[in-house]
Design a binder for this molecule. Structure first.
Ligand code: ARG
Length: 484
């Protein structure tokens, strides 16, 4: 058996793993024991002083065979461990790895090969990595083995994505990326991602899937900006980063060419040429294969907005300049959010998401990775009571906060308060102002988007046909309890 002295670096920490078990494609630590079926005999092996010592072991048959691809299952009496003997062509603890597979079919849900790097060349993290405690892993996904997950770092598609992918680390944060593997039958031509909103849905489709408001989920639901947690790429694909001279604001993509942001971000009256918009961005000021950068054709502040009362009617629209005839093209990392109708209401205490690159504390002055947090809608009467904000809060504003001090902060302005209904996210608020950040009893205040829905639509002047998805009729969406 191979004896390998390996230093496997995980986030800079060196783990020594001493013995390699080729049947499991896995390194075991010194002192560790494991069962296996090798040339039909059931064995118990131990990694001793860097050497693998195996002895035949007594066994019984398994009550339920969890070995895949017709592997046989045995229980080692001494340890109770279930071990698999794989049919030829398969390996792995559960016989669910096929080293011959060089390409994937359809969406690659059945891909069981050994590709373990992403399109950008990053190595994949193992699906049981401790770093992934919040993500889709062997321990958190139902029937993980059947979906090809295991204690390995091979590309898989356990979540009905379009092709195999894996988690990686980039800039010391967890990220994910598609893998560098080819489909088995290369299509004669590959369909390009459609331009957002330029593809009217066929009118006879029974249940229309909206083209807006769908996040790319690579995380099991969890709730836990300020007090938030790092987002995964694709989780807020409508986020726009607005670099305005030396200033920074966020915005939200609502259609191929239009971003909704806060009017106060433009207080310095910048020229269009002094604004740059980046879509698909994850790290602040970080462009890469998933980002697209746009110049600005024009920006429009709400007509009643005045710099003398910068918290009132704090909304602006930014039009992107086309690149080769189009603005934002849809990708897993770039897609618009849905606009609410003018009568859309999410009830008090409803949980919505905020996201942004803004300061992580009131005193901070640097920007961050994209951070997300959950906040609850606060009753207007409470927010406008003298002990909170009194008459500073007006109609056309909305307050939201959390007991655990999740809040937006400087640099998050213009970004979305996204409220989800049946898996579709709506731009319900725009991050606008607050007394400090995350102060107890001082929630964040947001521009109430439904109040400006008619204005937005009149400016964007989208034809009726194209707006069907964005006009998804929801008047009240109930029920969304904040998950802990
Ligand atoms: N005005 C800030 C900005 O320009 C956003 C403040 C939001 N504050 C809050 N506590 N929610 O970035």
């Amino acid at each position: 058996m191979n004896l390998l002295e390996l230093c496997v670096k995980k986030l800079g920490v060196c783990f020594i793993e001493k013995c390699y078990e080729p049947l499991h494609l896995k390194h075991y630590d010194i002192g560790e024991s494991w069962g296996r079926i090798y040339q039909r005999s059931v064995e118990l092996c131990t990694c001793l002083g860097g050497e693998v010592i195996c002895k035949r072991a007594r066994y019984t048959v398994c009550l339920r065979n969890h070995c895949e691809n017709d592997g046989v299952c045995r229980i080692i009496e001494a340890t109770g461990e279930e071990v698999c003997g794989c049919k030829s062509g398969y390996i792995g603890k559960y016989c669910n790895i096929n080293p011959q597979e060089q390409c994937y079919r359809d969406s690659g849900a059945q891909y069981r090969g050994l590709a373990n790097a992403t399109v950008s060349g990053s190595p994949c993290l193992p699906w049981n990595s401790d770093l992934l405690f919040n993500e889709l892993t062997v321990d958190t996904v139902d029937s993980a083995t059947l979906r090809g997950l295991g204690e390995h770092a091979f590309c898989r598609n356990p979540d009905q994505d379009k092709l195999p992918w894996c988690y990686t680390t980039s800039d010391r944060a967890i990220s994910w990326e598609y893998c560098n593997i080819q489909p088995c039958s290369k299509q004669p031509f590959t369909r390009r991602d459609p331009v957002i909103a330029a593809t009217p849905r066929p009118s006879r489709t029974p249940a229309r899937t909206p083209v807006c408001g769908k996040r790319h989920k690579k995380r099991i639901s969890r709730a836990r900006i300020l007090g938030g947690t790092s987002a995964l790429p694709g989780a807020h694909p409508w986020m726009a980063a607005l670099y305005i001279r030396d200033e920074f604001c966020a915005g939200t993509l609502v259609s191929s060419c239009w971003i909704v942001s806060a009017a106060h971000c433009f207080l310095s009256n910048p020229l269009q040429s002094q604004i740059r918009v980046v879509l698909g961005q994850h790290g602040f000021n970080d462009t890469g294969p998933n980002t697209r950068t746009f110049d600005v054709e024009k920006y429009i502040l709400y007509p009643l907005y005045t710099q003398f009362q910068p918290t009132l009617n704090d909304i602006a629209l930014v039009k992107l300049k086309k690149v080769n005839g189009s603005c934002a093209q849809k990708t897993p990392f770039i897609r618009p959010i849905c606009l609410p109708g003018k009568d859309t209401t999410f009830p008090d205490h409803y949980c919505c998401k905020i996201s942004g690159w803004g300061h992580m504390s009131e005193k901070a002055n640097s920007y961050s990775q994209l951070i997300e947090g959950v906040v609850k809608i606060i009753p207007f009467d409470h927010c406008s009571s003298p002990e909170v904000y009194g008459s500073e809060v007006r109609s056309g504003m909305l307050c939201a906060g959390s007991d655990s001090c999740v809040d937006a902060c400087q640099g998050d302005s213009g970004g979305p308060l996204a409220c989800e209904c049946d898996g579709v996210s709506f731009l319900y608020g725009i991050i606008s102002w607050g007394d400090g950040c995350g102060r107890s009893g001082k929630p964040g205040v947001y521009t109430l988007v439904p109040k400006y829905a008619d204005w937005i639509n009149s400016v964007i002047k989208r034809s009726k046909k194209k707006t069907t998805a964005n006009r998804t009729k929801i008047n009240i969406c109930i029920g969304n309890q904040c998950q802990r």
